[in-house]
Design a protein around this ligand. Structure first.
Ligand code: SF4
Ligand code: SF4
Length: 413
């Protein structure tokens, strides 16, 4: 008999619900131990990656009431934020929209994603406001002084992506690689968490609907609906959550060759209400096609692989300091997209597992197996993962634990 959201919630409240993470379910499938839909109540899925459609809506006090009439422009640590729609005339406070893709006017390696991470780490943020009368007002804020701060993800958790290579003779700058993509088929970059991704496990959005409760960057979040440019073949989600409840581990900056971007982490529960829902949940990396396109023109498809070809090897790099040649300029530090490299090695909290360090160190001080693929009869190394299955899986484990503890109930409409 099919289950309902209410009957599953009753089992959650009774402490009887059987909850698996998507990674656990895939492991069972690999071992030939496929459960029936009656044996599992909820599967928690997750994804983490560069998600350009990230904005924060904020309200906070800048200065004393009466000190300026309206804000004409505002920068936070040099990153532009956009005042409005409410003008807050003469109140000394501002409503702002901040884009995760905003770039600092002072530092080409700093942007909205890094700023959001810094805010959540409790850093003091420099506010520079130019009023509509031309006055300059400077102050500082920290996370506790943000009266309102919500993330609105206009386009998140995409189901489908395209991997990219550069067949031309010249390097190409783009947001789809941490450094300029080497020419001559010198490397492949890709996004997407494959078989643990929420929309890969519910491709026709039978259970993921407007109002579905999720975890967004560690905070309670909500599906507002389908995201911009979502389509039946390429769905994505519009999500929202309280920034102040989020963890800097799950949201932050990701530097690319075309400027800093922003990454997010999302965990979505799939209620196993019937057989068809479970069938969708049995999708495996090797079933999920990943087209490979020319990075200069992303519509020019050069080949096709699967997520089974790219999610291989190591999750994180290893560092052998004795191999370091103390180069004048450390190419590893310059190419690490999350600023995770320090003289001591890798900051595990910041590392994204992208693999850039291993492919950019001339002395092999950093090592990480990221595999290679064959495209148009050429062997191409995977050099940049723009998604992180470790973070995605970690948040799906957190969601499983919350459901098992009765701290998170399903919401379905
Ligand atoms: S690029 Fe490699 S060898 Fe050179 S300083 Fe950096 S870690 Fe050391
Ligand atoms: S894998 Fe290497 S380059 Fe990538 S985030 Fe981690 S330390 Fe930085």
């Amino acid at each position: 008999m099919d289950k309902t959201i209410s009957s599953i919630n009753e089992r959650i409240l009774d402490g009887e619900a059987v909850v698996l993470t998507a990674a656990e379910l895939k492991e069972m499938v690999l071992e030939g131990d496929v459960p029936s839909h009656e044996d599992v109540d909820v599967v928690t899925t997750g994804t983490c990656g560069v998600m350009s459609g990230t904005a924060a809506v904020m309200h906070f006090r800048v200065s004393e009431p009466g000190s300026f009439r309206k804000a004409a422009s505002v920068h936070l640590n040099g990153v532009p934020a956009y005042p409005g729609p409410c003008p807050n005339e003469n109140l000394g406070s501002v409503d702002l929209f901040l884009y995760g893709t905003g770039h600092s006017i002072h530092d080409p390696d700093y942007g909205g994603g890094f700023l959001l991470g810094d805010i959540l780490r409790g850093a003091a943020v420099k506010v520079t406001l130019r009023s509509s009368d031309g006055d300059l007002i400077e102050s500082e804020i920290s996370v506790d002084e943000l009266e309102t701060a919500r993330i609105i993800g206009t386009r998140m958790a995409f189901r489908n992506y395209t991997a990219l290579v550069n067949p031309s003779g010249k390097p190409v700058k783009s947001i789809f690689n941490a450094v300029e993509m080497p020419g001559g088929w010198g490397g492949l970059s890709f996004s997407g968490c494959g078989d643990i991704n929420p929309l890969e496990n519910d491709p026709s959005m039978e259970t993921i609907k407007p109002g579905t409760a999720v975890l967004l960057n560690g905070a309670a979040g909500l599906v507002l609906g389908e995201g911009t440019r979502s389509s039946p073949m390429k769905p994505n989600l519009m999500l929202s959550g309280d920034l102040k409840e989020m963890s800097p581990k799950y949201i932050g900056g990701f530097r690319t060759a075309a400027g800093p971007e922003v990454f997010n982490t999302v965990a979505v529960p799939i209620p196993v209400t019937g057989e068809r829902v479970l069938e969708n949940l049995l999708v495996m990396n090797s079933d999920i096609k990943l087209p490979v396109a020319d990075i200069r023109d992303r519509s020019r498809i050069l080949g096709e692989i699967t997520y089974g070809d790219v999610w291989v090897g190591d999750e994180r790099p290893s560092y052998s300091p004795e191999r370091c040649g103390d180069c004048l300029r450390c190419t590893v530090a310059m190419s690490c997209p999350t600023h995770a490299i320090s003289p001591e090695g890798v900051d595990a909290e910041k590392c994204f597992g992208c693999g850039m360090c291993a492919s950019s160190c001339p002395h092999g001080a950093y090592e990480m197996e990221t595999g290679d693929v064959v495209i148009a009869e050429r062997r191409v190394p995977v050099i940049c993962r723009q998604s992180d299955r470790v973070r995605a899986n970690e948040l799906s484990v957190r969601l499983k634990e919350m459901i098992e503890a009765g701290e998170f109930l399903l919401r379905g409409f």
